[in-house]
Write a protein that binds this ligand. Sequence first.
Ligand code: TRP
Length: 459
Amino acid sequence: MGLVLAATGSAIGLGNLWKFPFITWDNNGGAFVLVYLLCIAAVGLPIMMAELLIGRSTQKSVVGALKEAVGPAWGLVGGWGVLCGFILLSYYTVIAGWSLFYFAKTVGWSMSGYPAGLATGDLFGEQAGNGGLQLMLSLGFSLATVWVVYFGIQKGIERIARLLLPVLLGILLLLLVSALGMSGSGEALAFIFRPNFAELEPTGVLEALGHSFFTLSLGMGAMITYGSYIPRGHSIAKASAIIVALDTLIALLATIIMFSVIFSVAGMAEQVGGSAVGMLFISLPELFYSEVPFGRILGPLFYVLVALAALTSTMSLLEVVASYIIDEHGVGRHKATLMCGGAIFVFTILAAISFGAVPFVTTLELGGALGDLLFGGKVGWFSMADHFVSNWMLPTGGLAVTLAAGWFMSRDATRSELSDGTEPAWFRYGAWRFFIRFVAPAAVAAIIVAVIFFGVDFS
Ligand code: TRP
């Protein structure tokens, strides 16, 4: 159970609280949410099972697991996953750091009053552009991550997941109760759950698909790594269903909360439009003090929630990289964790100073056709890294995993893991095999085609 919670914690992260509400907003809710649920069930769930089973059957971390389960050349795919974890973690901690800043700010406001006429947009820009502050925040977050992974799976990762997930859910429920009491909650629920397919554009379908990877931590071996710690005698199908269901639930709850607040304030809906950052760090801070019932308590708690959700994700990212070094290079856990954490932080520095602190890093770009193809013409280290991970690394890694589990591993090998007598009554091996062989690869290939030929952006 500890491991299932840890995997759930990996899945629940900034993607749920930050990205999902925003893309739901951007795609006009309703129909998009429905398509997203479909993608989660038809593509996310089968791939989740595939990753967990590859890990469990070999009991090895991502590189070793793919080598053993599929073939020696597949170690390269594993290496791609480790690299992806490395890069993703290097910038994820920067956004996570912002939640620490806003936690400190809101605690201050709750105690000594919200400053009248504060321009929250400027506040955000100032903190993001303050290099020293950004380095401290992301260093703090990185140290917390290293600290958890340092203690290993049971004493570190599982223990923290057991402790934090209930707290996270508790905070979310408090926020939900408060948000549902607000005048905009009816409109928010209608926006989220009343599908209107005329409002959904084809790119929305692809965005839903792309996000289902990111939010479930798929496509880079995080779930292969966690799968390797799942003991036999536990059902992979059941574990996958729990992880996927909880991740989806949390994303929906977060969206209901945020939209209830936004729809309660006249003119807010127009204002929020701009960006995901805007919703979480520019609009909400102020609304906690002007609109949300019990906002003085819930404001700081909300940013604790963001920080906790991020931490349970960053620790799984570091575990992917560290466990590779531990398993494949024979380095001890303590040393490996410190080494990997340190190496990743070097790149975190680049991400932390790419919001204005250092002009060269902020305006970094790769021009021309190649820059467009790989980085979508994005400017600044942070945006380039995020673009590359979301548009290239996760989809290609995901495609490789579906092909590995569906086409390269034998039927017996996957069947003996999934239908091992512990599987729940609803599970059908034949259905899984169909989805992993045909539906999932086609869907993931569509993402890659969209990135290359239609310039669709999943970051
Ligand atoms: N699922 C995380 C989120 O929603 C992000 C993420 C993607 C991730 N891949 C991962 C986290 C791998 C940990 C491991 O925020």
